[in-house]
Write a protein that binds this ligand. Structure first.
Ligand code: GRF
Length: 188
């Protein structure tokens, strides 16, 4: 059975692209039914459009509150019969409305070895701290900031003094680890 997923992203969407490629080459048995962004015009929108994947561009500010914003998202997800929500660079905490509608069905990828360096700019935090090894974590999403149950991790050697090189290593690993982990999760 093909699993129907929605990918949530706020920025570039390279992880979205990697998931779409894994699906296209048969490594991930899923279908991306919808891309959701809280940043209308983000680059992920272009990527999705060029793959003919529907996009919902929803600015939270145009809703009365977070619950109303998320209720709209849930409505769109249900319309598309989405089974899992996959966060890929979605820079917003998930609230009660989505957590309830998709209990244990929301997954995130974070660019550090959690529980180290949760939140924004995890790569910068790791480099600032002078760690020699950092990495990538795929985890369930709960109400906290990058606090949900860990599903998979991978390690990356920090390239000292070179953020760009470290970041490239992390992204390369993310692009492999996310689809591999989701494939295992959907099978189980
Ligand atoms: C990734 O590093 C992801 O781990 C983090 O945000 C970044 C998104 O990158 N949550 P992209 O938009 O997928 O290129």
């Amino acid at each position: 059975m093909t699993t129907k997923i929605a990918v949530f992203a706020s920025g570039s969407g390279s992880n979205f692209q990697a998931l779409a490629e894994s699906i296209a080459n048969g490594k991930l048995n899923a279908e991306i039914g919808l891309v959701v962004t809280d940043k209308p015009g983000a680059y992920v929108v272009k990527r999705a459009q060029s793959l003919n994947i529907p996009v919902a561009e929803l600015a939270p500010k145009s809703f009365e509150d977070k619950a109303a914003y998320e209720a709209k998202i849930v409505e769109l997800l249900k319309e598309k019969e989405i089974e899992w929500v996959i966060l890929a660079g979605y820079m917003r905490l998930i609230g009660e409305t989505l957590l309830t509608a998709y209990e244990n069905r929301i997954i995130n990828i974070h660019p550090s070895l959690l529980p180290s360096f949760p939140g924004k700019d995890a790569i910068g935090q790791a480099m600032e701290h002078g760690v020699k090894i950092t990495g990538v974590t795929v985890h369930y999403v709960d109400a906290g900031m990058d606090t949900g149950k860990i599903i998979a991790q991978g390690a990356v050697d920090v390239v000292e003094g070179d953020r760009e090189a470290t970041e490239n290593r992390i992204h390369k690993l993310e692009h492999k680890l996310y689809s591999k982990t989701l494939q295992q999760l959907f099978k189980s």
